[in-house]
Write a protein that binds this ligand. Structure first.
Ligand SMILES: [Fe+2]
Length: 343
């Protein structure tokens, strides 16, 4: 078995498992920003991806399953209770996925979410957010249920052989894995093994909401895009121009650029790059025919932070302004670096 644990900056763990004989692979809990890392790892290991799998509907990170499935034409596996429309392969408790000569057993372990599964393969179990190192998944987010979590842990997962290695979907320490016996002995939440007391413990954790909760749930449930994803997609289609290049050009006699400020009117009124014209992003499609009459003109869009301007430049390109460019940085950066401003 080929086994890679891939961590993101915020402690989310994804896993690449490959059959060393038949070179088939699965990626479990892929994260949106690591797509190229997974592809590079597959290539380096000489593996062909057969499946993507999410252990549950994540509320705290953005799944790359849909995007990778589209790119590589492989099915996305989730539990049959998963509502995500891009899941093409539903599994349930006690079923098994074949991956070359490997057998991946599915345990349905609801509690953190209704669609939580654990994957048991050879000497290890990928526990998703059901069992963490020294903790458990929370049960207070949408779909969570402490009573079901109790059953999933004490009547299912913890019955695996004690030496089974435990690989969770989140790690908040510098350990990489644990074992069932170690968790049974040391995990503080598992020391309360009486049902009612366990549920009471879970109901009184008073955890703060994870960052990006609504955006993660929205995109992971629906297959919709994140705002960052939308901007990254636009950034792949437009060139950028640096602040210093724009500054040089507006000082020259033939700047060969039209600066387009796409911020709201108040921001434009308070200060702008000299020579800029103004069409708020929300008005772009409405005003484009009147205000931008030369489709061959090189238009440099800018906004406050250098994000929305990327979307505006991509829209302009779609509308036929083939030379639309986005400023690399926003008005804030322009101001911070002491370039001239008109009020
Ligand atoms: Fe989770």
């Amino acid at each position: 078995m080929i086994f890679h644990q891939i961590a993101t900056a915020r402690g989310c763990q994804s896993y690449l498992i490959g059959c060393s004989e038949q070179r088939s692979a699965i990626i479990i809990d892929p994260e949106l920003t690591l797509q190229d890392n997974y592809l590079a790892l597959l290539a380096k290991e000489g593996l062909r991806l057969h499946y993507l799998l999410d252990t549950h509907t994540h509320a705290d990170h953005f799944s790359a399953s849909q995007a990778l499935a589209k790119r590589l034409q492989v099915p996305v596996i989730m539990h049959r209770n998963s509502p995500a429309p891009f899941v093409s392969f539903h599994v349930d408790d006690g079923e098994m996925i074949r991956l070359g000569s490997l057998k991946l057993e599915i345990l349905h372990t609801p509690g953190h979410t209704e669609d939580s599964i654990c994957i048991y393969v050879e000497d290890r179990v990928l526990t998703g957010d059901t069992l963490l190192l020294g903790g458990t998944g929370r049960s207070d987010l949408p779909g969570g249920n402490p009573e079901k979590l109790y059953n999933s842990l004490f009547n299912r997962l913890l019955y695996l052989p004690p030496e089974t290695r435990v690989y969770p979907a989140h790690i908040y320490s510098n350990r990489q894995y644990s074992s069932i016996s170690n968790e049974l002995a040391t995990n503080p939440r598992l020391q309360i093994s009486e049902r009612a007391a366990f549920i009471q413990q879970m109901n009184n954790l008073n955890l703060s909401m994870p960052d990006h909760l609504s955006e993660a749930l929205r995109t992971n449930l629906s297959g919709g895009k994140t705002v960052a994803g939308l901007i990254a997609e636009a950034a792949e289609k437009v060139p950028f121009m640096s602040l210093s290049e724009v500054a040089l050009r507006i000082q020259s006699k033939s700047p060969d650029i039209l600066l387009l400020d796409v911020r709201e009117s108040d921001a434009f009124r308070q200060g702008r790059i000299p020579g800029a014209i103004h069409i708020p992003r929300g008005q772009l499609e409405l005003q484009v025919n009147d205000r931008l009459q030369d489709p061959t003109q090189r238009i440099v869009t800018y906004c406050q932070f250098g994000k929305i301007s990327t979307l505006a430049a991509a829209t302009l390109k779609q509308l036929g302004f083939d030379r639309a460019v986005a400023l690399d940085g926003g008005f804030n950066a322009w101001q911070e670096q002491g370039y001239p401003i008109n009020n």
